[in-house]
Ligand binder design. Structure first.
Ligand code: HAM
Length: 426
């Protein structure tokens, strides 16, 4: 057992998974930048107050925050999500609206770690501040959908709800509280505690004991004002016109308190139900104001990188690249030849590796095979004397009937390999 290991719920991401991770963010950037979203990088650490606006009754704020007092006496926290930071940045920089941003990075929540649930986890997301248009909700949802499609995921489903205008929501919460209080005895002990803090979250309960009470609960749709109903109808019509399938789920309340009107969640088809929320979001029209800015509508989503990659594993899509280089240089003359050859190959745009510590020919050839490179360049004392090198296809690329290896003049080596590799990949 090593003296130190990663803290619970925190992980090292090694290659080639780390390469896949980076490509994941690249694909996301391609999708959202094509729609005019610009990247925003915010600090991992903010004043605690930025995040308490997420809702005093949410677990994220009350139980899971990594907060501490810094050496200057400031009460700060590691961000549990990015939406609040985006709103804080909006108030701080007052950019022109609509402000369309995307982000990628780590978040911290002190949760019970399990597969798909970590204490440090990554999200990619978008937020748009300053536009109220229901077609923007559609655009946001459609961009997340398109991203999953680009990854190759086919089993993701979309759940949609509207929490109405703030007044509708408040009326609904009152009705819901009265209903659940009347059924108090039938609820699970956990839901009774939730009821005291946030009646909406009782709808989220997955405990069988709560199912009948939850099934009979009042519906948010019955509390919609005309404006909320119209906004929601336009969102649904817009999604249908883009042929994006969705199901309405009136129980979809989501874990953070700031949502108003549209809320949505993308669910994976293969993960356990507790961790199948691949991503989600919605409208949060009050958050900028709560952070000291002017009344500003907002809408966005965040997608969990960790969970989405687990879903990719389960669907065998977006696999990790093998990370192999093109050429492995074997030098049994001391290593200086490998230095100049790898350097020249890399300058010509090829991926080139070499062995170190002046190992034997056998050991270097083994390393070359293990590297996954398609070709070895071999320099022994004969080649050194002749100003040449041997180019040998390695196991993976050796095709029956084709010449096994050739001797190439050092002055032609780079051009030879560039031409050869280009032909074999085209
Ligand atoms: P959230 O539902 O808390 O929303 O998180 C979004 C996604 O982050 C989840 O669907 C999940 O995939 C991932 N996630 C959350 N917690 C964990 C965890 N402990 N381990 C692994 N993955 C996790 C938000 O964060 C909102 N800021 C989304 C939003 C943006 N709403 C409007 N704009």
């Amino acid at each position: 057992m090593p003296a130190f290991q990663t803290s619970p719920g925190m992980r090292d991401i090694l290659a080639p998974q780390s390469v896949r991770w980076r490509r994941f963010v690249d694909v996301f950037a391609e999708v959202v930048e094509a729609a005019g979203y610009g990247q925003l990088i915010t600090p991992l650490l903010e004043d605690l107050g930025v995040f308490t606006r997420l809702g005093e009754s949410t677990d994220v704020v009350t139980k899971e925050m990594y907060d501490f007092v810094d050496k200057g006496g400031r009460h700060v926290a590691l961000r549990p999500e990015v939406t609040a930071s985006v709103c804080r940045a909006f108030v701080e920089h007052h950019p022109p609206t609509p402000w369309k941003t995307w982000y990628a990075g780590s978040n911290f929540r002190y949760e019970k770690p399990q597969r798909g649930r970590y204490r440090q986890f990554d999200q990619v997301g978008i937020e748009v501040l300053g536009a109220d248009d229901p077609y923007l909700d559609v655009e946001v949802i459609a961009l997340g959908w398109e991203f999953y499609r680009r990854l190759g995921l086919r089993q993701v489903t979309l759940r949609l709800n509207s929490l109405g205008e703030p007044d509708d929501r408040a009326r609904y919460v009152t009705e819901l509280a009265a209903y659940f209080t009347a059924h108090h005895a039938e609820l699970s002990p956990e839901s009774r505690i939730t009821l005291a803090k946030n009646p909406l979250r009782v709808l989220d309960s997955k405990r069988p004991q709560d199912a009948p009470v939850v099934a009979g609960a009042p519906r948010i749709a019955d509390c919609y004002s005309d404006a909320a109903a119209e906004h929601f109808a336009t969102v649904q019509a817009g999604l249908s016109s883009l042929a994006i399938p969705f199901t309405i789920d009136t129980g979809l309340v989501r874990g953070l308190d700031y949502y108003r009107r549209t809320t949505f969640e993308y669910q994976g088809g293969t993960l356990d139900s507790a961790q199948n929320g691949l991503g989600g979001g919605g409208r949060y029209d009050g958050l900028v104001e709560a952070l000291g800015g002017p009344p500003t509508p907002g809408v966005g989503f965040a997608l969990g990188v960790d969970r989405t990659l687990l879903a990719c594993d389960d669907e065998s899509v977006f696999v990790a690249p093998d990370g192999a280089t093109d050429v492995f240089v074997v030098d049994t003359t001391g290593g200086a030849e490998a230095l100049t050859i790898t350097s020249a190959l890399r300058a010509a745009g090829l991926r080139a590796e070499r062995a170190f510590d002046n190992r034997s020919m056998k050991s270097q050839m083994k390393a070359a095979d293990r590297s996954g490179a398609s070709h070895a360049v071999i320099v022994g004392s004969n080649e050194l004397e002749a100003g040449a090198a041997v180019v040998r296809p390695l196991r993976a690329t050796l095709v029956e009937g084709q010449p096994g290896q050739s001797t190439v003049l050092r002055s032609d080596l780079v051009d030879h390999l560039v031409a050869h590799l280009r032909n074999s990949t085209s």
